[in-house]
Design a protein around this ligand. Structure first.
Ligand code: SAM
Length: 183
């Protein structure tokens, strides 16, 4: 299957699909952290290149409800971020999963098809993650842990804080590749 992992610098989802024999590529404005097939640039340049499946992780900076107190100061940025999400969801690709935290995508575009948590996929963390799906079934939980850590919110400040907070959980990437790679 030809898989595009949009807005991914970590390579975590791309590598999970590659391990299962898929022809996967990540794409981000940033270089990839993990050597492998990666397009460094705007995903809209390559979105029409006959992909079978796209997993997209667009930036949530101007969309996440956790930043709601700043919303009135950033309306142009918010409009642009929503337009980017609309373009990703309208991509000419038969199967699409778009991931974001609890965000205004729900009120301004549509409600998510599913809300998942890292602790349903073998991690101990709590981080509500919404999925908007096209042509894909909801992701089934793989390993429910009883841990409920809050490491994401407690991460210390620093230049890499946003990266450490936004890297996809390996357990969720494995579930995506294992379940959606079968189709
Ligand atoms: C929230 S992070 C997602 C990180 C991802 N979960 C991972 O594990 O690498 C969003 C990413 O979208 C990238 N991005 C923003 N606009 C983009 C565009 N037009 N094309 C490709 N990537 C873009 C940013 O550089 C940023 O790395």
């Amino acid at each position: 299957m030809k898989v595009l992992v949009a807005c991914e610098y970590s390579g975590v989802v791309r590598d999970a699909f590659m391990r299962r024999g898929h022809d996967a590529m990540s794409c981000d404005l940033l270089p990839t952290e993990s050597p492998g097939p990666h397009y460094q640039g705007d995903v809209l340049d390559i979105i029409g290149d006959n992909w079978d499946l796209m997993i997209a992780h667009p930036p949530c900076t101007h969309l996440a409800v956790s930043g709601a107190r700043w919303f009135k100061d950033k309306q142009p940025e918010q409009a642009a971020a929503l337009e980017f999400v609309r373009q990703l969801l309208a991509a000419p690709i038969p199967r699409i999963a778009l991931e974001n935290p609890v965000s205004i995508i729900s009120s301004r575009i549509r409600k998510p098809d599913q809300v998942i948590q890292p602790y349903q996929f073998g991690h101990r963390d709590t981080k509500k993650t919404c999925l908007w799906l096209k042509g894909l079934p909801p992701l089934m939980w793989t390993h429910l842990t009883d841990g409920r850590d809050d490491t994401i919110h407690k991460m210390p400040p620093g230049p890499d804080r946003w990266k450490n907070r936004s890297r996809t959980y390996a357990g969720i990437a494995e579930a995506m590749a294992g379940q959606w790679g079968q189709r």
